[in-house]
Write a protein that binds this ligand. Structure first.
Ligand code: PLP
Length: 343
């Protein structure tokens, strides 16, 4: 059974599975001192710039939380959207490990400069958690993307106010499709300091990477982040298996092939749903998610074959997500079922 629940629901991309199998020979040194880790780190430098320092971890929540812990002190705070994964789906881990979150309103998932400016209050006031980081999700939880200008505007403002910029990039490659740019152009060149770079949602079996892009921070990461990672129980001993997947993902730009397919399938889904008058598209499609209000009575019969999430129980806004393994036949059959219900 397949569906539109999440790109998390799909299996391992065959090329990434091959990379796992090929790295499953002989013995390799542990804890990131193996040749696979060396190669993957070099590829991250190629994609994001030579200053990039890479720290592999097991999952996305850890990448976010450890990145924040690295960037801030316990009395400091993170400005993030109130729908961010950080705020609603990490069980308070950012607060537990790093510091306070200041959740803010959003526009289709995105923070804007005016929202951020309004939130930057009481700096220097000892009674108030001091904002130190702006965290953006790219693409957002609503599948929308910050433009390069929007990121630049935010990093410039953040740096002039002594704030760092973190990107939760669980699905970063999907934003490249919409923005038609490189990783470096979307992050390092715009002054982004740290990225949580996702693997699991993009075809890996599991594995994420914290990328420190800011040159000064990258120099210091070796004195801090490696200890933070170990203390937080996120240093994989058989790192080669995470690294081998990332090497394969980055080498020959497999990430573009995977993200292109997932986004194309989402566009097909969107175009099909748009033709059905009772369905209302609620968000612009800019990555591999489609948000739509579907009549409540249709949800149960549709989910019998193709599972998807009801995002908002009150409005029946639903999220349909495509993946590397979504087929045109599955999309077309789903649309056909919706059309049948519409009749
Ligand atoms: C935007 C975003 N960030 C972070 C994560 C965290 O990933 P994990 O479930 O691997 O901790 C997710 C997972 O769905 C996500 O969607």
């Amino acid at each position: 059974m397949k569906g539109f629940g999440s790109d998390n629901h799909s299996g391992i991309h065959p090329e990434l599975l091959r990379a796992l199998i090929e790295s499953n020979t002989d013995h390799a040194p542990s804890y990131g001192t193996d040749v696979y880790s060396e190669k993957a780190s070099a590829l991250f430098k190629k994609e994001f710039g030579p200053q990039t320092e890479t720290y592999f971890v097991f999952n996305g929540t850890a990448a976010n939380v450890l990145a924040l812990r690295f960037l801030m002190k316990r009395h400091e705070a993170v400005l993030c959207s109130n729908v961010s994964h950080l705020n609603v789906d990490e069980c308070g881990a950012p607060e537990f490990f790093a510091g306070k979150l200041i959740p803010l309103p959003h526009d289709q998932g995105k923070l804007t400069l005016s929202i951020l400016k309004e939130a930057l209050i009481r700096q220097g006031d000892q009674h108030f958690s001091q904002a130190r980081v702006v965290s953006l999700t790219q693409p957002t939880e609503y599948g929308t993307c910050y433009s390069l200008n929007e990121i630049k505007e935010i990093t410039t403002w953040a740096h002039s106010n002594h704030l760092y910029v973190h990107i939760d990039g669980a699905r970063l490659a999907n934003a490249l499709q919409f923005l038609d740019c490189t990783y470096k152009e979307m992050t390092t060149d715009l002054g982004v300091d740290v990225v949580s770079f996702g693997g699991t949602k993009n075809g890996l079996m599991m594995g994420e990477a914290i990328l420190v892009l800011n040159t000064e921070l990258a120099k210091g990461a070796h004195q801090q982040l490696k200890y933070i990672r170990k203390q937080s129980a996120q240093l994989p001993s058989k790192t080669r298996f995470i690294a081998a997947q990332f090497s394969s993902y980055l080498d020959h730009q497999l990430y573009l092939q995977i993200s292109h397919h997932a986004c194309e399938m989402a566009e097909r889904l969107l175009q099909g749903l748009k033709q059905i008058p009772q369905v209302r598209i609620t968000c612009e499609r800019q990555s591999n998610a489609v948000f739509a209000m579907i009549p409540q009575a249709w949800v149960k019969p549709l989910r019998e074959k193709y599972f998807f999430y009801v995002w908002d129980e009150k409005t029946f806004e639903c999220r349909l997500m495509t993946s590397w393994d979504t087929t045109t036949a599955e999309v077309d059959e789903f649309i056909h079922r919706v059309q049948q219900l519409a009749r």
